[in-house]
Design a protein. Sequence first.
Length: 238
Amino acid sequence: MAEIKPYYNTHIDCPVCNSDIEYTKVRSKTIKLLKQDSDFCPYYEGENPIYYEAVICPECGYGAHITNFKNINKYERARVREKITKKWTKRSFTGQRNIDKALEAFKLVLLNLTDMEAPKSELAKICMRIAWLYRYDNDSKNEERFLEHALNNYIEAYGQEDLTSEGKLDQYTCLFIIGELCKRLDRYEDSVKWFSRLIMFNADPQHKGKIPQRLIETARDLYQEVKDIMAAAKEDID
Ligand SMILES: [Zn+2]
């Protein structure tokens, strides 16, 4: 019997140039989630589906996260045609991806989002994934660089965007990620500040029921961890 490949090609219409394009997906049955880091970076047994989340149109160069590929407005479409398509060399992104191929695709998505002036939460999501790809590759310097970009975009998103609408990043997860990224980047005082905001929301009856219990419990653990690190650092100085 022929071995079943862990990935396959499927079709989607490009919302920018209207071409019927192919992109590669991982068969969910062939993978197993092994664990997740505290910033949600996942580890799989089998092919890593994160590698395939950046979908690029080979015809016009439009690229987006697979969950957002169709969500593009008239203004953004015009920006992509003007900024991306005019300079685009047609090339394919289907088939198996390694980290380098995945990075190339994700960086094109980041370029698209920047050129179309997309919401900061979208930019943050892509920066996070690029940081994870560098983490898989043990490249901590570049990982930190993109965690930093993700952090700045999440902070802007928290201040600017309506995070109450369905299907988008919610305000509680946003607070959590900001606290977690500050911790990863050794900004302990900021980390405590952002985790505290989330923990305080949980004491407010208006918010309490809307915050997932696991998120709040993890936030409390991480808050304590950061406090301990700060106390230990203080002892070293004293
Ligand atoms: Zn296209």
